[in-house]
Design a protein around this ligand. Structure first.
Ligand code: CA
Length: 439
């Protein structure tokens, strides 16, 4: 668990002026990590940390060896083209690096002259995936999503009896995860046979959807056979990003029984480039509570600390831009807004549940939370819910209608933490675009 320390002081400012602009999202209290390079070059991707509108090149800073101890070891791990070596260190290393960076970026720092030439504008950068992702697991932690989707498939029995006991998940496909800006052709596949047909349909997906999720990057892993207990779980989490689990609903409806999602989910998943550490999110912790008449988690999935501060107040929204809206310079349409604190399970519980069998996690493994829908109208994190599976199409800002996604539609997801008296902490944005089917 991360607790508040001097890096969270809301009054801290930076000598990087853009970091002090109200609500810029990347103040000195955030300090998220990505792998980047100058756009349009063949430079190697390398780790950087965001400060205001800039990126501090950590691989370049490492050559100066400005720090000793754990901060120095963590910075040395940034001489890489991925964040995996940094993720493989301990929470104490990440925390020491955060403190050293925070002090170096404050006005009056001795390191200002060293750091200034190592700043690159975010506007002039491009990003790679933050880490090499060995394994990807997608969970299903919104009771509101599970219930609304269940009502469509099983009106009499929307929520299966295991849901309130087991953090449900499936092992997903890591190879097709891309960073924000990802494009992919509309998937093709089998669909349920039409009423009068003897064979399944086949062709481009006609019910393409997104799912609004957060991604959880695993830091230090565990040895096979050695589960991570709930009190240790968060020390194995490096940080959070935004995740779009693109979903082919017609393929899914035909294939999902008996073993769950397969081709409906394996063609693309898009994540935001910036990974915000759990430590940066500490000011936005909230109690993790269950309704009084719901079962409490089994003992292995709960402890006092987790009950006291296991939830996170992270706001999310989804926007859609279309070929027509972009051509006419119409603002993207906001489709929904929701909050991570409404999830039925929390991050520590996912780590502990995933490893309770002895399954080993590795640095850079990624979890998706599952679609983060809220209880109210306008908080649905997928079109499946928002449009009642296409039966109630949405009307966009420019008058277009959407039941599911059309070719050249772009989905933009955003996430941020905000509260009175504290600078806004942004997770950035996650954009992806659907291209016509390749066949
Ligand atoms: Ca999902």
């Amino acid at each position: 668990m991360s607790f508040l320390n001097e890096t969270h002081d809301p009054s801290l400012e930076s000598w990087v002026a853009s970091a002090n602009v109200a609500d810029n999202g990347f103040p000195i209290q955030n300090l998220p990590f990505a792998t980047f390079r100058v756009a349009g070059t063949n430079e190697a991707f390398r780790p950087g940390v965001a400060i205001g509108s800039q990126i501090l090149d950590l691989a370049a800073l490492a050559t100066y060896q400005p720090w000793e101890g754990k901060a120095g070891e963590a910075l040395a791990a940034c001489q890489s083209d991925t964040l995996n070596p940094l993720m493989a260190l301990t929470q104490a290393h990440w925390s020491a690096l955060r403190l050293a960076l925070s002090r170096a970026l404050r006005p009056g720092s001795d390191l200002q002259a060293t750091l200034e030439p190592l700043l690159i504008s975010q506007a002039g950068a491009e990003y790679a995936l933050p880490a090499t992702i060995g394994d990807y697991t997608d969970f299903y932690i919104s009771l509101h999503h599970a219930t609304k989707v269940g009502q469509q498939f099983r009106p009499d029995n929307p929520l299966l009896p295991n849901y309130k006991w087991v953090p449900i998940g499936y092992h997903g496909r890591a190879s097709s995860i891309g960073v924000s800006g990802q494009t992919f052709p509309r998937p093709v596949g089998q669909k349920r046979p039409a009423a009068d047909a003897a064979t399944p349909g086949f062709g481009p997906c006609e019910r393409l959807d997104y799912e609004l999720e957060l991604g959880v990057f695993v830091g230090q892993g565990n040895k096979q056979g050695q589960p991570i207990t709930i009190d240790q779980a968060e020390s194995h989490v490096f940080g959070l990003c935004i995740l779009n689990d693109w979903s082919a609903r017609d393929l899914q409806a035909w294939e999902y029984q008996p073993l769950g999602p397969f081709l409906a989910k394996n063609f693309a998943t898009t994540i935001s480039p910036w990974v915000v550490t759990l430590e940066a999110l500490a000011p936005f912790r909230e109690p993790f509570e269950r309704p009084a008449d719901d079962p409490q988690p089994l003992p292995y999935l709960s402890d006092d600390t987790n009950r006291r501060q296991g939830a996170l107040n992270i706001q999310l929204d989804v926007q859609l831009s279309t070929a027509k809206s972009r051509a006419s310079d119409t603002e993207p349409t906001v489709l929904s807004s929701s909050n991570f604190r409404d999830a039925y399970w929390n991050i520590a519980q996912l780590v502990t549940h995933h490893t309770v069998t002895g399954c080993n996690l590795q640095p850079g493994d990624l979890f998706g939370t599952g679609t983060l829908s809220g209880p109210d109208k306008g908080e649905e994190g997928s079109l499946l819910e928002l449009t009642q599976a296409g039966k109630q199409p949405l009307t966009l800002n420019n008058g277009e209608k959407r039941g599911f996604l059309e070719d050249d539609d772009e989905i933009i997801m955003r996430a941020w933490c905000a509260k009175e008296g504290y600078p806004r902490i942004s997770l950035g944005s996650c954009a992806g675009r659907v291209l016509p089917a390749a066949v």
